[in-house]
Design a protein around this ligand. Structure first.
Ligand code: FRU
Length: 482
């Protein structure tokens, strides 16, 4: 029996999987399975971890709990690909099987250096020896653990590089999710934290050899944003330093920060050595299901982001949970920085999924019916003032008085509407899968990622006063996974 708060060994996992073949087959035959997104074979998925490209192969790991639909235990599942179209799923890479990570191999990242992959992650331990632990200020251990791998499949020993006594004073025991960045021959590690005033912050540690780490500095926002920053990722993009992080519990402000927890990008001034400051904060995604993204630079120098298409603590649900699985990863997205804005677009590799192509405008579109579930749609709206786009009777996008709104109340399993104010609407790209939508607006400066659970057939209907609108529709095939 696999139990919560006990170590999980590879042999137990293998035995469990061999005893649950029938359940795995049932999950696999669920019509709500996605066609071109990564999902758990069974059970629960959350954050992407350890993203890297090594000797041409992309390695994608993620937080995985095959045993439990609510994700109580955390393993690192492992998937590889060379082209983001053909994937191979391997067994889990990392189990919470040692005394330094007994209650969860929590999130972490990869850092390729001198032809080796260095993984850093949080080994989570919950203490049970006293009854009055609040698990914020006491009762938790968050170990920073280092692994070295020469292939992405095997590693030597789990090495504890920092424990609770190595972290600075002034913070709660919520310290986790290490990610590395190099600056002028120094290697820095960022970790997310909640301070003693219940404000989210970034802790920065420094090392020359990846083994010995010292606290370097802490970065706060001027006005508090959220009580805890999860999954921080500090990186350089086209000469600009950016921090992506997930502030938990940011209060809703108008149409902004509408989810229980948020995900933001921050434009950062300065250098780590001399001090950083936050210049601008922007929501990374405005949909219902987006959290804990991670970026990496591939061998072509592209900055690629993958997120968790899910969110913790939401009051809306995934009906698939009743049938043994929930959550997925987003499409891999290419990041670019231009004129003070971060843009996200699905990787160009995904064009290989395109099948049939239709080009239409509002009039010809309404004469044809479009019932595909899996498609890519590009709308060139050319500074449109008003638009209504229906993806089915249950999924409606409107744009009026600068407000762009997605309404999926009728098929959202508790999800309702999400909005953003735009100066102008220039273009929209929609990636629709069986039970997900990713909507990229204005070249990807705003994105809405959400799960959907449609009960009505799909359609594409567009109403706009703008006569120059052109629509490209591509039906999409499934990716392949072995
Ligand atoms: C974010 C998160 C991380 C943590 C992991 C545990 O979703 O809470 O902070 O490391 O999930 O699965």
């Amino acid at each position: 029996m696999i139990k919560k708060y006990h170590p999980v060994y590879q042999s137990e996992y293998e035995q469990w999987i061999s005893q649950h073949k029938k359940e795995i087959e049932e999950v696999n035959s669920d019509p709500r399975r996605l066609h071109y997104h990564l999902m758990p074979r069974i059970g629960w998925l959350n954050d992407p971890n350890g993203l890297c490209q090594y000797h041409g192969v992309y390695h994608i790991y993620y937080q995985y709990d095959p045993f439990d639909i609510n994700g109580e235990l955390k393993l690192w599942q492992h998937v590889t690909t060379k082209d983001f179209i053909h994937y191979e799923e391997h067994g889990p890479f990392l189990f919470p099987d040692s005394e330094i990570d007994t209650h969860g191999a929590y999130s972490g990242s990869a850092f390729v250096k001198d032809d080796q992959i260095h993984f850093f992650y949080t080994g989570n331990i919950k203490l049970f020896d006293k009854e009055d632990y609040d698990y914020i200020h006491c009762g938790r251990v968050a170990n920073t653990i280092h692994l070295v791998s020469k292939d992405g499949f095997h590693f030597d020993q789990k090495q504890l590089v920092m424990g609770m006594s190595d972290y600075p004073q002034g913070f709660t025991q919520h310290i986790r999710d290490p990610k590395l960045i190099e600056e002028n021959d120094m290697i820095y590690m960022v970790q997310g934290t909640r301070d003693l005033k219940d404000q989210g912050a970034l802790l920065i540690f420094a090392s020359k050899d990846l083994k010995h780490w010292q606290f370097h500095s802490c970065l706060h926002s001027e006005e508090p944003i959220g009580y805890m920053w999860e999954c921080p990722d500090l990186f350089d993009l086209q000469g600009q330093k950016l921090l992506i992080t997930c502030p938990q519990g940011v209060e809703t402000q108008g149409v902004d920060y509408a989810n229980v927890h948020s995900c933001t990008w921050m434009q950062i001034d300065g250098t780590i050595a001399d001090g950083l400051s936050i210049k601008k904060i922007h929501q990374l995604d405005r949909g219902f299901d987006f959290y804990a993204p991670q970026t990496f630079e591939d061998e072509q120098g592209r900055r690629i982001l993958i997120g968790w298409m899910g969110i913790p603590d939401a009051d809306y649900t995934n009906p698939t949970a009743k049938d043994g699985w929930q959550h997925a990863l987003t499409l891999p997205r290419l990041l670019t920085w231009k004129d003070g804005m971060l843009y996200q677009q699905p990787l160009p590799e995904l064009q290989q999924l395109r099948k049939e192509h239709d080009e239409c405008n509002e009039d010809t579109l309404n004469a044809m019916s479009y019932a595909e579930e899996c498609y890519e749609m590009a709308i060139h709206a050319d500074s449109c003032n008003q638009m209504k786009l229906q993806l089915s009777d249950e999924m409606i996008i409107t744009y009026q008085d600068h407000l762009f709104t997605l309404d999926i109340t009728a098929c959202g399993s508790g999800r309702t509407t999400r909005s953003v104010y735009l100066d102008t609407l220039k273009n929209i790209r929609v990636f629709s899968d069986t039970t997900s939508l990713e909507i990229f607006i204005n070249d990807g400066s705003e994105v809405f990622t959400t799960r959907i659970y449609p009960t009505q057939p799909r359609c594409v209907k567009l109403y706009t006063e703008n006569k120059n609108t052109v629509i490209h529709l591509y039906s999409l095939s499934a990716h392949q996974i072995n």
